[in-house]
Design a protein around this ligand. Structure first.
Ligand code: NAD
Length: 470
């Protein structure tokens, strides 16, 4: 990509702008047709290319691709198709007595031209899911996927070109420079998924045009395991969701806070499940993907080096092979409190274990950090569950499971402050790309029409009555 301003982006933006109002009034049927086309592309025409691209990008196993990149988007499409008619309907609301003589409703109109900037870790899911919501809402879209998964981007660009006219949906490849140029355009809404640090850049750019934003960000998602927990269940589900996608999942358990009395037993169960899932030699397992590139590989290797130098306990793993950006499933305990692994988002196959002796200690530990995107809790005690829910502030929570909340499109998904602003999935995604437009219609003269100037004693009396009774 050449340095300097690229007029193609401005031109593309102007083309979409010229068609904005037509896209905006497109009918239920047209939106459904587009969703159907996208569904067919994901499940039939492009399925094998998607699988091959993700395998080439970071050796993602086909089953994981089917489950996390294809199924989850298709489920979003099906859900949107089933409910779109209802979502597009005018929503009648009640009329306060003071406004008698009027009737009111609101409806969801498209926000307009939207920018979707997506990350590399689930390149299809995190690009296509917001696109589904944007199409359902009737918006036009420019997409900028991550430059770190070029094979996936190539498939997406072909797919988008085949399915949509450029003036309704277009995809532009490129890195930071391209992102910056797109962010300078006056989009109506920006849907960004990525790191908190870039989220701040996006929000600053959006403020220039007062564009609304959805920021799906990251951070450290803790997991609490108390002494009543089913430790086998905890190990089984944590090992899967931690090492899925090689730990490169925004809602993966980042670290475990565990009651000291059950720590050793939990770690033993984790070892059993790691062996069961990935065999004696995970490097040879076709179910285990890789770190995405050398930069992230070096970052993770540095964590391991720092940890080794500071005498933390390697319960399992720690193996690294640079040729393939391989890092084995790793569990570390007894970490010094100031180690990077306990402060930075890990985003890799390393699970840190932190012990606590009282639940309050665990809650304080979480509350001393930024508000997480997800918090998981393994416990059989309702009292513990209620205490953790009421004393922490988090985007989403899984109880006796991890990461599954992401796949229920009836639930809003997103973070809070440092882990995100706004929600996505299902109706909440549709809502994010829509403006809730309010309409009040005057049908006949009402009470309020008697309150105009001149403000006589009679008018004052009416206002007094209104304040007191209505
Ligand atoms: P990133 O923030 O580095 O990049 C995301 C996108 O922003 C990419 O398309 C990239 O090209 C662009 N970008 C990067 N730097 C930019 C800049 N200076 N100006 C403008 N655009 C820029 O994130 P990533 O490494 O691709 O993804 C990992 C992060 O995303 C993690 O923090 C993870 O937790 C988070 N994440 C969040 C969710 C969620 O749903 N909340 C999902 C996946 C990933």
């Amino acid at each position: 990509m050449t340095k300097g301003k690229d007029n193609r982006y401005q031109n593309l933006f102007e083309t979409q702008k010229a068609r904005r109002n037509t896209i905006g009034v497109n009918t239920y049927k047209e939106r459904i047709n587009k969703l159907n086309q996208l569904q067919t592309a994901l499940t039939k025409t492009y399925k094998s290319e998607i699988r091959a691209a993700l395998h080439a990008d970071f050796k993602k196993p086909h089953v994981e691709t089917d489950l996390t990149e294809i199924y989850l988007v298709v489920a979003e499409i099906k859900y949107a198709k089933k409910n779109l008619h209802r979502w597009m309907r005018r929503q009648k609301v009640e009329t306060p007595i003071a406004l008698i003589g009027t009737s009111s409703y609101y409806y969801f109109e498209p926000k307009g031209i939207c920018l979707i900037i997506s990350p590399w870790n689930y390149p299809f899911n995190l690009t296509m899911s917001p696109l589904v919501a944007a199409i359902a809402a009737g918006c036009s879209v420019i997409i900028k996927p991550s430059e770190l998964t070029p094979n996936s981007s190539r498939v997406m660009i072909n797919m988008i070109k085949e399915l949509f006219d450029e003036d309704e949906v277009a995809l532009i490849e490129g890195g930071i420079e391209v992102s910056e140029q797109l962010l300078a355009l006056s989009f109506n809404h920006i849907f960004f998924t990525g790191s908190p640090i870039v989220g701040k850049i996006v929000m600053k750019a959006a403020s220039k045009h007062l564009a609304s934003v959805t920021l799906e960000l990251g951070g450290k998602s803790p997991t609490i395991i108390d002494k009543s927990a089913d430790l086998k269940l905890a190990a089984r589900t944590i090992v899967w969701t931690k090492f899925l996608n090689n730990g490169q999942t925004c809602i993966a358990p980042d670290y475990v806070l565990i009651d000291t009395s059950v720590k050793s037993e939990f770690i033993e169960h984790c070892k059993t499940y790691i062996k069961k899932y990935y065999g004696d030699d995970p490097e040879k397992s076709s179910s285990y993907s890789r770190v995405v590139n050398s930069k992230h590989f070096d970052r993770l290797k540095d964590y391991l080096k720092e940890t080794k130098n500071r005498n933390a306990t390697f319960e399992l793993g720690g193996d690294v092979f640079a040729e393939e950006y391989f890092i084995g499933p790793t569990i570390i305990s007894n970490l010094p409190e100031d180690s990077k692994l306990l402060h930075e988002e890990v985003f890799g196959p390393i699970l840190s274990i932190v012990e606590y002796s009282t639940l309050a200690e665990a809650i304080n530990y979480i509350n001393a950090k930024e508000k997480p995107l997800a918090l998981y809790l393994y416990s059989k005690s309702n009292k513990t569950i209620e205490k953790v829910l009421s004393e922490t502030r988090v985007g989403s929570t899984g109880i006796n499971n991890a990461a599954l909340q992401f796949s229920n499109h009836y639930l809003p998904f997103g973070g809070i402050n440092n882990s995100g602003i706004g929600k996505s999935h299902g109706f909440f995604g549709f809502e994010e790309f829509s403006n809730k437009r309010s309409v009040l219609k005057r049908n006949y003269p009402g009470f309020i029409s008697l309150m105009r100037p001149p403000y006589t004693k009679f008018v004052q009396k009416l206002v007094d009555i209104t304040i007191k009774w209505f």
